[in-house]
Structures are given as structure tokens and as C-alpha cells.
Ligand binder design. Structure first.
Ligand code: 5AD
Ligand code: SF4
Length: 575
């Protein structure tokens, strides 16, 4: 029997990108192949996002397209993974009968088995709607067809009972297939995400994440360090640690539970950080600062260590000191403020005032902003405009914050009411769409000026650049597009959706393989500074293999709106 081809599309955040990678690895081990064309796929999977309505609408429209296709090809298997599966649950399957398999983020460890079953069932029944063949509905609700499989519900607040149960999700993370050659592109993978915390306990009133991803759970530090080591051994040089409130990481060794010889992830504890060190840090507790230092020291192959997303409160000096004293930790933080108005922040249940937020920014800059040695601190943020009851005065306070914070980049979102959240239930969405749009556009324009001026400040400086490969423009010049590479190598690419809310590039798409065109002496390369500024520079065409994935020094000659342009500094020495 031929290998079944899977098309996997990912929406939303980096956490979803990582989930997709893990699911893809598990499916590959079961013998599935991957295709970048949904039309050529036997199995179409959408890893979905529920953070804003817009992201959900995109998935609904994709499902509509698949419903049309399925009429012609009843053997097609369609799966919805991730947050929409968790949030909409069985309702989604009823509304969209095209869906065969639905799997929330807390159940992804079971997906390969479910999918295999669904595919086999389809194949053996050739489209027959036979009942009882595979009936595992979630939440006890009857599904439209007994062939449909819905698994959801256990992500929500799953850690309440975690201590007693073996955490299979941890096994999914541990099972990560790490190979020196990324099968999708025939090149070594240089950048990778590593999850350190799942879920969130903050319950910001607008946000679905605590409901879709469940309670905060911290992975054992040994597992994280080992994963980083395996990645580094396979050629990864840039690791981004992931967590919804990543700086909240804390693992108490005395309270660790072991099941079947495996240390289990641990529920988040309500430790209040702040400026002070955790009195139990060290042997009994691994704090976030300890974890960063451990990875830095124990995995020297990682040239760049970064983390997203930070929560503004509880960001202790201990973390800032570790960042300052460990040169391979990037001086970059993504710390969303969400609003510049204390009144709105309180309604959002963010747990800090703007005074406290700015105190943190000042403290972080005092520790880490050293442009004179080419290491400025770069900060990025998120803002929501049009949160219910937001007045012109509140909005002006946000404008003030945006100007003072001087983010390298800031994602501005229009408030999107999400069913199930406190804001949805209790506060009317009373800011008119036109006002939201105007505020959104104004903030975008202000941020664009700020990003511009930060880029211009870099001119004349020497910066360290992590080289991602030849630039897209160079690829175009050479007629070497991503699609060509795929075709040329007959390789398969997971379709992973571009930039995430934190503004980072999809790592899989930065590095470029390949065939070197003859007679070309210089090529344009692209890469990023540790502060996540995009840099273009020219280098010898023949050096693309040796420069990609390396850190080089570049003198910045000019800046345009979104990127820096410079030249290689000789001789090269790296930290
Ligand atoms: N509406 C608009 N933006 C939201 N975010 C989270 N929930 C919502 C919502 N309901 C934004 C926040 C968060 C980012 C990932 O998405 O700014 O930091
Ligand atoms: Fe959502 Fe707030 Fe948790 Fe971030 S900290 S995931 S915005 S609830």
C-alpha cells in the first residue's frame, strides 16, 4: 500500500508550530509522508488557533473548501487539531461534518493512533457511513456520524489531577524526532523551539488560552536540557524556549513525581517573584533563571538562546543577571503590556499597573541595554485596542506607553470577544469597530516610526548576525524559490504559517538549501541580530554552506523601514 500523504497547516502561535512538528514526527514514524498541497493529500490536518475570531474564520473557510473536495473524494480524512478542537468541540463536528478527527492540544499524544484508525476505517469502508466502527466521542455527546472521532476536554485544567497520572503529553515532547537532516528540506535544522511550560494560570479576561491549553505545567529541567542537547548535537544552534508565561517557570525537585521511571511535569505553584531571588532556588528548586543558566552552561552548542513570551510581573533581577552574564542568551524580551491604561489593565486582570510595567522595562534596560558593545536590549510587545469600555483617555494612555516603551516591534490587535472568557460573559463589546480600526491603524503608524528610528540607531554599529541563509531576493534572482527546492529534491514540506504573534520567523523557512549556481561571486545573505532585527549583507556565494547557521559580525551601513543592511566585518570572531 502506498504511503498516505498528509497536508498539515498550522495557524497561530509558536506553541502550535511546535505541536505540529511533534505530531508530524509521530506520523512520520507511523509511515505517513507529507505534501505541501492539500489537493494531493489523503489526510488534511489543520492545527488551529482560537485566540482571535479571525484565526478561526480562516479555518472555517478551509473546512468549507475541504467539504467540496470530499464530495469528489470520500476517502479524504480531515482533522482539526489544537485550540478550536478544544473550544468548539463536538459542536464543530456537528457544524462541519467534513471533519473526521478532532483533537484538542491536551490530547495530541493520541492523535497518531486516532488518525491511523480513521484512515484504515475509511479505506476499508470506502466512504460507507457505517456506525460503530470507531466511536470515541468526547464529552459524551452524540456525533453526526459514528466514524467521527472527537477528543477534547482533558486539556482544560488537566493539571488538577496531574500528579497522579502519567503525562502522555510529556511523552510526545520527549519522543521528538531529532535528526541531523531535516527531512523536509534536506538541510540541517538550525533553529528549534523547546517547550518549557504548558498552559496558563493567568486568566486575563479576554483570553481563551487558559481554557484551551489548560493549567500551567512545568516540564522537568532534565528533560528540557536533554532536549536542547539532542537538538544541538543534531546541528541546531538557535533555541527558543516556549511558554505562555515563560519567565514563570519553576520546578520544585522535592515535590517531583515519578511515574514509570519518568519525572512528571509539575503544576504551576503560586510563587510571587519580583526583584528578590527565590529563597529556595538552587538544589531544591529550578527557577527560570537557573534553567537559562543550566542550558547555557550544559549545551554550549547553542549559540543563541531566547524565550517567549514573558509576563511583565514576576520578572526578577535574577533572570536579568543571568541574561547579562551569559553571552549566548539573547538580549531580547517579548513582554506584552496589552494596554497603557491602569483602568483597562485591571479590567483585563493583568495583575500589574503601567508604573510597574515601566519599572520592569527600566530595570531590564539598566541590566541589559549595552549598545556601546553592540548589544542593545530589544523589547517587543503586544497591545489590544478596543477592549470593552476603553475610552479615548485610556487609548491616549496606550499611545503614551507605546512612545515611551520604544518597542523594536509591537503587535497591535483589535479586541476580539471570545466565548467562554470573562470579558465575553461580563463586559459588552462596546467599542465600535470603526473606533477599534482607527486606534489600531494609529498605533501601527506610531510603532512603525519607532521601529524605523530604532533601526536607524543601529547604523554605524557592529552587530552580531545569526545567518539564516541566502536572502529571499537572492533566491529569486537565482530562480531558486522554496517551491523549486521542494521539487528538485522531491522533498516534502510541512506548511507552517509564517510569522507568529511574537514576530519571529518560521525557522524552517529561513535556511535555504542547495544547489549553488555557477559563476556567481557574491550573494545576499539574511539573518537576525540577537535582538531579532533582520539584517542583509553580501558574502561570497561559495560560502553559503559555511555561513548559514553561523554567527557573524556585520557593520550596519544603512537601515530601511524593516531591516538593516551592512557588510561583513573581517576577520570574523564570534562570542
Ligand atoms: N482579542 C484580541 N487580542 C487578543 N490576544 C489574546 N486574546 C485576544 C483577544 N480576545 C492577543 C494578546 C496576546 C496575543 C497573543 O494575542 O495581545 O498577547
Ligand atoms: Fe492569555 Fe493572559 Fe495567559 Fe497570556 S498570560 S496566555 S494573555 S491568559
Amino acid at each position: 500500500m502506498s504511503r498516505r500523504a498528509v497536508y498539515l497547516e498550522t495557524f497561530g502561535c509558536q506553541m502550535n508550530e511546535l505541536d505540529s512538528e511533534l505530531v508530524a514526527g509521530a506520523l512520520a514514524r507511523l509511515g505517513y509522508a507529507f505534501t505541501d498541497s492539500p489537493d494531493a493529500a489523503d489526510v488534511v490536518l489543520y492545527n488551529t488557533c482560537s485566540v482571535r475570531e479571525h484565526a478561526e474564520q480562516k479555518v472555517w473557510s478551509r473546512l468549507g473548501e475541504m467539504a467540496v473536495r470530499k464530495k469528489l473524494d470520500p476517502a479524504l480524512v480531515v482533522g482539526v487539531l489544537g485550540c478550536m478542537a478544544e473550544r468548539d468541540g463536538v459542536d464543530l463536528i456537528r457544524r462541519m461534518p467534513v471533519v473526521d478527527v478532532m483533537c484538542g492540544p491536551g490530547e495530541l499524544d493520541k492523535l497518531p493512533g486516532l488518525l491511523d484508525n480513521a484512515v484504515r476505517t475509511k479505506e476499508s469502508l470506502a466512504g460507507d457511513d457505517a456506525p460503530g466502527v470507531h466511536d470515541e466521542p468526547g464529552a459524551g455527546s452524540p456525533l453526526r456520524s459514528a466514524r467521527q472521532v472527537a477528543l477534547q476536554g482533558s486539556a482544560s485544567r488537566r493539571s488538577a489531577t496531574l500528579a497522579a497520572a502519567e503525562d502522555n503529553l510529556e511523552l510526545l515532547d520527549l519522543s521528538r524526532s531529532i535528526s541531523p537532516i531535516d527531512s523536509s528540506e534536506g538541510v540541517s535544522k538550525r533553529s528549534a523551539y523547546v517547550r518549557i511550560t504548558r498552559g496558563c494560570n493567568k486568566f486575563c479576561t479576554y483570553c481563551v488560552v487558559p481554557f484551551t491549553r489548560g493549567a500551567e505545567v512545568h516540564r522537568p529541567p532534565d528533560h528540557i536540557v536533554e532536549e536542547c542537547r539532542r537538538l544541538a548535537d543534531s546541528g541546531v544552534v538557535e533555541v527558543t524556549l516556549l511558554g505562555q508565561t515563560v519567565n514563570h517557570y519553576r520546578f520544585e525537585h522535592g515535590a517531583a513525581v515519578t511515574v514509570g521511571g519518568l519525572t512528571q511535569p509539575q503544576k504551576g505553584r503560586s510563587y510571587k517573584g519580583g526583584h528578590d531571588r527565590d529563597p529556595f532556588a538552587g538544589e531544591r528548586v529550578t527557577t527560570f533563571a537557573d534553567l537559562l543558566a543550566r542550558i547555557h552552561e550544559e549545551v554550549p552548542g547553542i549559540q543563541r538562546l531566547r524565550f517567549v513570551t514573558s509576563y511583565p510581573r514576576d520578572f526578577g533581577d535574577d533572570v536579568l543577571e543571568v541574561m547579562r552574564d551569559h553571552p549566548r542568551i539573547c538580549r531580547y524580551v517579548h513582554v506584552p503590556a496589552q494596554s497603557g491604561s491602569d483602568r483597562v489593565l485591571a479590567k483585563m486582570n493583568r495583575g500589574y499597573t503601567i508604573g510597574e510595567y515601566e519599572e520592569f522595562l527600566a530595570r531590564a534596560r539598566a541590566h541589559l541595554d549595552q549598545p556601546e558593545i553592540g548589544r542593545p536590549l530589544m523589547v517587543s510587545g503586544d497591545i489590544i485596542v478596543g477592549f470593552p469600555t476603553e475610552t479615548d483617555e485610556d487609548y491616549e494612555a496606550t499611545v503614551g506607553l507605546l512612545r515611551r516603551a520604544r518597542y523594536k516591534n509591537c503587535f497591535i490587535f483589535k479586541y476580539s470577544p471570545r466565548p467562554g472568557t470573562v470579558a465575553f460573559d461580563r463586559i459588552a463589546d462596546d467599542v465600535p469597530e470603526a473606533v477599534k480600526r482607527r486606534r489600531n491603524n494609529e498605533l501601527l503608524a506610531i510603532q512603525s516610526e519607532i521601529s524605523d528610528s530604532i533601526a536607524r540607531e543601529q547604523v554605524g554599529r557592529e552587530v552580531e548576525v545569526f545567518v539564516e541563509g541566502v536572502s529571499k531576493a537572492q533566491q529569486k534572482r537565482e530562480g531558486l524559490t522554496h517551491g523549486d527546492i521542494r521539487k528538485a529534491g522531491g522533498a516534502i514540506t510541512l506548511t507552517i504559517g509564517g510569522r507568529d504573534p511574537a514576530g519571529n520567523m518560521d525557522p524552517g523557512h529561513g535556511a535555504v538549501a542547495a544547489a549553488e549556481p555557477e559563476g556567481d561571486t557574491t550573494a545576499q545573505f539574511s539573518g537576525r541580530t540577537e535582538g531579532d532585527l533582520i539584517v542583509f549583507f553580501d558574502g561570497p556565494s561559495s560560502a553559503r554552506g559555511s555561513l548559514t547557521g553561523k554567527t557573524v559580525r556585520v557593520r550596519v551601513d544603512r537601515a530601511d523601514r524593516l531591516s538593516l543592511h551592512g557588510s561583513l566585518v573581517e576577520p570574523q570572531g564570534s562570542r
